[in-house]
Design a protein around this ligand. Structure first.
Ligand code: SAM
Ligand code: SF4
Ligand code: F3S
Length: 472
């Protein structure tokens, strides 16, 4: 998509707001909306923008679905299980509609972007009132008005029209903020539905992103997570192209005490400029999430990932030569069609070699319309599940050994909340490692120093240290 097609949406027009309010508030003082986002952080971030729109219209946001006058499900389509989950919830909500016939039910997000799915919903879940895809996010208020004016099944899965600048998100977290830098994906990995439900890559203008981050830092946010399906191709479509590394440096230059993280990086586009920017930074987490998907060149080719294991390892070596403790995490798919035992063994070898701090693992799920869905798959499901267990067992061993490097060290930790263990808090250090330690909940939202005393296979444990103790 060309940048000229991307009109920047301003705040919601007053005339539209007035019409919506006159319908919604006829005879009532308060009207409540429940928004639930499934899937990745980009979807959660879209959900925060939708919450922002609803708030501007006049809705009160609620966490209780049963007391809502409007329920909005912002869906994910990446795996079949994600879709099944949403259909299960729709089945339950049907009863709530019987209880409250005025309840407005909205389905949006990645599932709703597939035309076949919206047709399926129209047929099998006719009590859904509004359906819109990721392309139509800024048209949601108009769809809501159409519904209130009597349109049955107001549906828009059309073309991308706008980039919702001007809508202030209603954020779910008080000190960690997600900031999308780009939308869509051009990569068409053969297993993946995302390019079909999110469209082509569209970058936000750097000045809009920087403005948003400045405001967040001013408001006390301590973690800024920059988001895109492949942030490494950020800026290529802008009238004045800039690289993601340049954007990172501009974000880092914003004064304030905050940590910068980002997701996701495609290994084929991880440039030395990007790696140096991370390594030279004081605010960017010393961690890279670099999804490899599998360790076999044969499967990587079938996945259309456009790198080899050798090329991937060059990036890993570059980082570890400059910082031997550099933290890496990855995504892995087990059981891509016709993955052999030998291919899987290559994945195990890679995990052993790279020493990841964490893995996000998925059993391959066939997605209608993708290239891989056309492949006849001969690997039995039971075999795939067994491979997954072997992979997880190996990772537990790898992480247990690898986390030892933190023993005795003092880590700077952003305290995120109370841990499940009584009297303990949990947070993450710059390398994105989970850290648990005894402490008072008043520290939540602050940076503290923790000396590591024990390690486990998913976290480290330690004790708080004062600045004086840190010097020793
Ligand atoms: N754009 C990101 C990237 O390429 O790294 C990832 C986005 S995707 C939402 C997150 C992860 O879901 C992918 O890295 C992949 O491991 C997994 N995934 C995507 N499609 C899948 C499928 N059909 N079956 C199983 N896992 C899948
Ligand atoms: Fe999906 Fe590949 Fe795009 Fe990631 S890069 S969103 S895995 S198509
Ligand atoms: Fe994200 Fe799921 Fe869509 S992972 S982009 S919400 S398909």
């Amino acid at each position: 998509m060309k940048i000229q097609d991307t009109v920047l949406a301003e705040a919601l027009p007053e005339s539209l707001l007035a019409q919506l309010r006159s319908h919604l508030f006829a005879g009532r003082e308060e009207i409540r909306a429940y928004v639930h986002s499934f899937g990745c952080q980009l979807n959660v971030s879209d959900g925060e923008r939708i919450r922002g729109m609803l708030r501007e219209i006049g809705f009160t946001l609620t966490e209780k679905r049963e007391e809502a006058d409007l329920i909005l499900l912002n869906t994910c389509a990446v795996r079949e299980s994600a879709e099944d989950h949403v259909y299960g919830i729709l089945g339950n909500i049907k009863h709530e509609k019987v209880r409250n016939p005025d309840l407005i039910l909205v389905l949006c997000g990645c599932m709703a972007s597939e035309e076949q799915t919206s047709e399926y919903v129209r047929k099998h879940y006719p009590f859904v009132d509004i359906v819109f895809g990721t392309a139509s996010l800024s048209r949601f208020p108009q769809l809501l008005l159409d519904h209130l004016e009597g349109v049955k099944f107001a549906c828009d899965t059309g073309e991308y029209d706008a980039m919702y600048e001007g809508i202030v998100p209603s954020r779910e977290h008080p000190f960690k903020a997600a900031v999308p830098v780009m939308f869509g994906c051009n990569n068409f990995c053969t297993y993946c539905i995302v390019p079909y439900v999110r469209g082509r890559e569209r970058s936000r203008r750097p000045e809009q992103i920087l403005q948003e981050v400045r405001e967040l830092v001013r408001d006390g946010y301590r973690e800024i997570m920059l988001l895109g399906q492949n942030v490494n191709s950020y800026g290529k479509d802008l009238p004045e192209p800039i690289t993601f590394a340049q954007l990172l440096r501009q974000v880092e230059a914003i004064p304030g005490d905050f940590v910068i993280r980002f997701l996701s990086s495609h290994p084929k586009d991880a440039t030395p400029e990007l790696l140096d920017t991370i390594l030279d930074s004081r605010k960017i987490g010393r961690h890279l999430h670099l999804p490899v998907q599998c360790g076999s060149n044969r499967i990587l080719k079938a996945m259309n990932r456009r790198y080899t294991v050798e090329k991937y390892l060059e990036t890993v070596d570059y980082l570890r030569q400059r910082d031997p403790d550099f933290s890496l995490t990855t995504d892995l798919i087990v059981g891509f069609p016709n993955e052999s035992e030998e291919d899987f063994q290559d994945t195990l070898d890679l995990v052993q070699q790279v020493q990841y701090d964490n893995l996000y693992t998925f059993i391959y799920s066939k997605r209608r319309g993708t290239k891989a869905a056309e492949i006849e798959d001969k690997t039995p499901d039971a075999e795939k599940r067994q491979r997954m267990e072997r992979l997880l067992k190996l990772q537990r061993e790898v992480a247990t050994a690898h986390y030892q490097r933190f023993l005795g060290r003092t880590l700077r930790v952003l305290v995120e909340g109370e841990s499940k263990r009584e009297g303990f808090l949990m947070g993450k250090d710059l390398a994105f490692i989970i850290v648990e330690f005894p402490g008072d909940p008043s520290l939540i939202g602050q940076f503290v120093s923790v000396r590591v005393t024990q390690t486990r296979n998913w976290a480290v444990e330690g004790v708080l240290v004062t600045p004086e103790e840190e010097q020793q």
